[in-house]
Design a protein around this ligand. Structure first.
Ligand code: URA
Length: 275
């Protein structure tokens, strides 16, 4: 087994920092995740008057995916319990089933299988990407290609993993043909599944990967550069979840110089979402 450095840094973290070219810069003693990133707003995204922005966004109150037909819903008494009132394990199983058989948009025609997401049901963190690619479509799991390997290494650098404490999902559960950007209608049909996953997992933090997922989740067309470095808030059925935005691992593979920013994002996320 490789030895820790005198600073106590694990070999995995050291390797990741070396890859970033910042091994010396961050080779500081003490727990890596506690220190806030200087200059970064940590208490939410506030306007000049100090008010938290975005609290009225419609996505923040998005309905759970439909678990019954429209006719059934119309006939249901007004006081009928929402599906989320189900036992959480049953609700989770029902959601998996719903996603597996979904034909709500044309993407179902080209898929090998849906990609629901992977990780523990009670993960402390959720990572959210865009949509499955070719490998993900074949294997039925998110981020299994090269960008997935990078993502796993990044998580390992902060002592997290999809096996233990991170649930990884995408906004879209089926592969768009040719990996094109999902269409607005596809997002509208599919994102309620994601909202339901968030609702059931109740993560302490959401890390959003890439422009598309960030703009979708935060309902903005702001550039990713302006969304990074802040803690946003997603309010879902009365519960607020901190959201941090970072670059998509595929972009980091193409632009390795940006990995340092991804590292800053991870530190920000860790400072907010539990060590
Ligand atoms: N890119 C994504 O956004 N998600 C995946 O699952 C794979 C690649």
């Amino acid at each position: 087994m490789a030895e820790r450095s005198p600073s106590g840094m694990s070999p995995v973290r050291r390797a990741w920092l070396r890859e970033l070219g910042i091994e010396r810069l961050w080779n500081l003693p003490g727990p890596v995740l506690q220190a806030p990133v200087p200059g970064i707003v940590q208490a939410g995204v506030q306007d000049d008057a100090g008010a938290v922005q975005g609290a009225e966004s419609p996505m923040r109150d998005v309905a759970a995916p439909v678990l019954r037909t429209e006719a059934e819903a119309a006939e249901a008494p007004a006081e009928a319990p929402a599906p989320v009132a189900l036992d959480p394990e049953q609700a989770w199983a029902a959601l998996e089933e719903e996603v597996r058989h979904c034909t709500a948009c044309g993407l179902c025609q080209g898929r090998t299988q849906t990609v629901f997401g992977t990780g523990p049901r009670h993960a402390r963190w959720m990572l959210i990407g865009e949509a499955p690619g070719e490998q993900e479509d074949k294997q039925g799991a998110p981020f299994v290609g090269r960008s997935g390997k990078l993502l796993d290494n990044m998580l390992a650098a902060i002592s997290r993993s999809r096996q233990v404490d991170v649930f990884i999902a995408n906004v879209i559960k089926c592969r768009p043909p040719g990996n094109r950007d999902p269409l607005p209608e596809e997002v509208a049909r599919c994102s309620p599944f994601l909202m339901r996953q968030i609702e059931l997992i109740q993560p302490e933090l959401i890390l959003v990967l890439g422009r598309f997922a960030a703009q979708t989740l935060l309902e903005t067309d702001a550039r990713i550069g302006s969304l990074r470095g802040k803690v946003h808030t997603l309010s879902l059925h009365g519960r607020s979840v901190p959201v941090v935005v970072s670059y998509h691992p595929a972009y980091l593979l193409r632009s390795p110089a940006e990995k340092i920013k991804a590292w800053q994002d991870l530190r920000l996320a860790a400072s907010v979402g539990g060590a």
